[in-house]
Ligand binder design. Sequence first.
Ligand SMILES: *[C@@H]1O[C@H](CO)[C@@H](O)[C@H](O)[C@H]1NC(C)=O
Ligand SMILES: *[C@@H]1O[C@H](CO)[C@@H](O)[C@H](O)[C@H]1NC(C)=O
Length: 360
Amino acid sequence: MFIAAAVSFYLLLMLHCPAPSSATEKSPCDTCTKLVDRFHKGLEDTSKKNFGGGNTAWEEKTLSKYETSEIRLVEIIENLCDSSDFECNVMVEEHEEQIEKWWFKMRKKYPDLRKWFCIETIEVCCPSGTYGPDCVACLGGAERPCHGNGFCSGDGTRLGDGSCRCKAEYTGPFCLECADGYFSTGRNDTHSFCSECHESCKTCNGPTNTGCKECKEGWTKGDGGCIDVDECSAETSPCKETQYCLNTEGSFSCKRCHESCAGCSGEGPDKCRDCATGYLLDEDKCTDINECDASEKVCVRNNENFVNTPGSYKCVCAEGYEDSDGQCEQKIIETEDGEVAEQNISTNAAEDPVDVHEDL
Ligand SMILES: *[C@@H]1O[C@H](CO)[C@@H](O)[C@H](O)[C@H]1NC(C)=O
Ligand SMILES: *[C@@H]1O[C@H](CO)[C@@H](O)[C@H](O)[C@H]1NC(C)=O
């Protein structure tokens, strides 16, 4: 049939390209399931179509209806796989006859295409709750694999070994035990429920910190259960010289000291152990020294201003002047008449009280 011709031509093209090995590992069951989904979409997309001018009585009698026609099947199959989907195209190529068989003969009796095609005919999927080549029930039974507390390896496919990968709360081969950090809130042969311990417990048998069996790191056994360890009260601080220690529940953090401090016991300039260079202790706070107040003039160049900064100072050229070869030279501006000094600005700057160096 001509479907085969189209797909074969496509595969010929594909042979020249390397198989996409980098693509995420996809099981044949995934490929088949996707293919069936696309088939259903194709059915939907073609549901309003007909042979073009509508089914005449003659067409209905002789060609059969479009609805069940080969033309419609071909249209659907053409759109089953993306052109880049190698696995899908191979699957269609290999099993096209079965798809046709279903379309023409089995559809009435087996309306579920995925069940008929993927599970029973080409045998790449299993009914959910079963796994492996023979579709064996998962641990815990096909009804509730892993007792509803995990995922069965290979569930619904012909792959896997049926073992359980438990959700975070559960452990054990059947996902019936509680994992560390969780305690049981109910259990029988088929069901098990676990809840999270208090944050201070590594293991527990109840919801509060008094229910801890072992304490988590950062906590220690106290009178009423596990209590926070104050890491900051240790004789040697766990933080760097330039940081202070902040205790938190179950842990601690190190924070930067205020910039005026050389070492500190907490936040702010009043918690300094010593003052940083450029700062002096003043009213229990490390305060910036204003180098401007120094008896000796610090900014000595002409047309230069003094600017105090936290912990230090800068010497910068006055407005209208710029640094040039280590001197503050008058700025030159371009005008229509040629180069002219920024006379007006600099005149103003000279009268400006910011120009402290004049008064020093
Ligand atoms: C086990 O517990 C579940 C949920 O609490 C319950 O539905 C089920 O009937 C119980 N099974 C037995 C055998 O007691
Ligand atoms: C500079 O000041 C003079 C008067 O002092 C004024 O005539 C001139 O327009 C000013 N130039 C600029 C560029 O502001």
